[in-house]
Ligand binder design. Structure first.
Ligand code: PHE
Length: 333
């Protein structure tokens, strides 16, 4: 019996030392010390020993073995659980060091970038910057621009009306042209100003149209201004903004607030034409609405879409992409 205990004890020690996981150790614990374990079986055999002395001696050896193996299992358990903790820490660790660096610097939206570059180019050409309100009177937005209530051109703008004052008297401006009138009222000619801003039209949005977009208006009023000055200014701007390999042309068109009126297109280096905006000589009625004597002064005006320019410059396929604020889109510019 005593020899059996020694053999089992030695074997068990070896198996405990080799256990490589807590699970394996738990199985061993049951095998060795459990009710049906080899030591328990020996223990139940104690009663069959002949003498009290033999029982005592075997019992002592057995108890020592049980205590020693219990201690061995516990100490192996500690070793293994520390090891498993290390593994787990390693496995689940998150690298937080990137949050310790300075935050990544953001940048302006591509429409803001285009807006700022446009201002820079026009300032370089001697223009000043002005802005007007987004909520505008019907008078500034339409009437002063030679579009009386009955004028067919008014229906070209599907307008958002604002519930303010008498019905139909307040609108979200449909273009930046009303700022021409405000500038004429606040500035004595000569006037060389550009007026960027947000405009609103009741449009169904699609890949080339938005209900909220941006325009930049230009107004020049001086003595002896002619259509040649308009064409020359547009061309100088085109080359300064897009590059010297770009060109421009005017195509006859119609706007109630300019006479004559034109669309202006830019020629890209591959020879294709891109429609950019409208322009023309300021209509005498508009000068009068702005408090300027058309006999003494003349001028030209132009207006075009900023979003459209950003779209073309960066080859964006769908204008709506520019306003969904998807970080994967925004980060490209
Ligand atoms: N306001 C016009 C538009 O929104 C553009 C334009 C501006 C045309 C100035 C002529 C002169 O389409």
């Amino acid at each position: 019996m005593i020899d059996d205990v020694a053999t089992i004890r030695a074997e068990a020690h070896a198996r405990i030392a080799q256990a490589s996981s807590l699970d394996e150790l738990r199985t061993l614990d049951v095998d060795i010390l459990g009710k049906k374990g080899s030591l328990s079986i020996l223990k139940s055999g104690l009663a069959r020993l002949e003498s009290i002395d033999k029982k005592k001696a075997a019992g002592r050896v057995l108890n020592e073995a049980i205590a020693a193996l219990q201690a061995a299992i516990e100490s192996r358990q500690r070793e293994l659980s520390l090891g498993e903790l290390d593994d787990r820490i390693e496995r689940e660790a998150m690298d937080l060091t990137e949050y310790l660096h300075a935050p990544v610097r953001g940048r302006a939206h591509i429409v803001t970038q285009a807006w700022q570059r446009l201002e820079d180019v026009f300032i370089g050409m001697g223009f000043q910057i002005a802005e007007g309100p987004e909520v505008e009177t019907d008078w500034h937005n339409f009437e002063a621009l030679n579009m009386p209530p009955s004028h067919p051109a008014r229906s070209m703008h599907d307008t958002f009306y604002v519930d303010h004052g008498s019905p139909g008297s307040t609108v979200l401006r449909t273009h930046t042209s009303p700022v021409q009138i405000r500038v004429m009222h606040s500035t004595k000619p000569p006037i060389y100003q550009v007026m960027p801003g947000r405009v609103f039209r009741n449009e169904t949005t699609d890949s080339t149209h938005l209900a909220v977009f941006h325009q930049i208006e230009g107004l020049v009023i001086d003595k002896g201004i002619t259509l040649a000055d308009l064409a020359g200014t547009i061309d100088a701007f085109t080359k300064a903004f897009f590059g010297s390999d770009f060109g421009s042309r005017l195509r006859p068109s119609y706007f109630p607030f300019t006479e004559p009126s034109a669309e202006f297109d830019i020629r890209t280096p591959d020879g294709s034409w891109l429609e950019l905006g409208g322009c023309g000589m300021v209509h005498p009625n508009v000068l009068r609405a702005g408090g300027i004597d058309p006999e003494e002064w003349s001028g030209f005006a132009f207006g075009f879409g900023i979003d459209r320019m950003a779209k073309e410059r960066h080859g964006v396929g769908d204008v709506r992409e520019m306003y969904t604020n998807d970080i994967r889109f925004i980060e490209q510019f």
